[in-house]
Design a protein around this ligand. Sequence first.
Ligand SMILES: *Cc1c(COP(=O)(O)O)cnc(C)c1O
Length: 423
Amino acid sequence: MHYFSYKDRELFCEQVPVNQIVEEFGTPLFVYSSGTLKRHYRIFEEPFSGAPHMICFSMKACSNLAILKIFSNLGGGVDIVSGGELFRALKAGVPPSRIVYSGVGKKSYEMDDALRSDILMFNVESEEELQLLSQRALALGKSARIALRVNPDVDPLTHPYISTGLKSNKFGIQIEQALEIYLKARDLPALEPVGIDCHIGSQLTELGPFMEAVSILRKLLKKLRNNGIDIKYLDIGGGLGIPYDQETPPAPGDYGAAILDLVSDMDITLIMEPGRVLVGNAGVMITRVLYKKSGLEKNFVIVDAAMNDLIRPSLYKAYHSIIKVKKSLDQAPKFVADIVGPICESGDFLARGREIEEPFPGELLAVMSAGAYGFTMSSNYNSRPRCAEVLVDGSNYYLIRQRETYEDLIRGEKVPSHILEGK
Ligand SMILES: *Cc1c(COP(=O)(O)O)cnc(C)c1O
């Protein structure tokens, strides 16, 4: 459920006509609905209300400060994967006691920043990372609370690029080695093993793989407690899918109930790291049709947004529904086209072979479900300034990131003086 809908054939975000926002801020443009963000957070949290829990939004999905602050106001924390994300989270006012730090390649200065901020927990992904973290914590006179990210070898049944919990993936520590490495962690200085963590993949549309993974963690938890390791947190990662097209992911309520059922007797604080399910359908990307081109074999609709703005179709062959911002009075005839951007790559498309109402140049299209891994994965490829982002709240709307300028494109670049002089 989201708050993007038609009133009199015109697309609104909450109480605001999308067209009105575009007139002020231009295209391409990301528009988020704060009502939807809050609603998704509350629905996700609801089943856990009776149990100790923490929702750590996986901020790589959508890391704008305003959006982080909305979740933080609701009591949420964040899951970070870099020093840059730590910086953003702290800027947004997320309390460090609600920050967990995941990722296979943490650098020592990133660890130092997180240690100095006294974040809740590091999700450690290898034995070598454990050694370095111990050294850094010791050097700073701190103690690092850690979980090991274990790889339960569960098939999440999703796109190979976003499955992370298989033996063949780079993530985590093999489940068979977990006990041995926990014992090592316990004996290393300045480390405090307090949690178990896993994250098996993204855009999961079945409950089975989650249940399988949690059952495996359950067994590990018993073993660890038998060995005197006091586990307080069970971090089950993110990954719950959303409907982009025809898929029917489990409702957050069913997901929550099933998880709770498995962990309610475990005496732990549950940590979840949802990303997509909170923000995916709370954001859209608006783009303007530039040209239409009918080839011998295909029709092309050329729009002003491209793979640099939304890479999911190019990267994962992901499906995004594309609709008109103003529906015509009599339904325009449908036709089948590739919807493509201006970038010089054949892989630059937002949709392929898509049947849509024939749009004409100048019209606005809304690319739906673009709130997760949309703006955060955008780049400046082809020297295209990144989009503006706007947040709608009821009948008001706010610019939460200004469109980049050409000056932004060259910020930090320098031409060495001898080259400048033509040598
Ligand atoms: C990306 C990621 C998530 C969030 O995944 P979603 O599918 O967006 O819910 C959670 N935890 C970790 C460690 C991740 O890398």
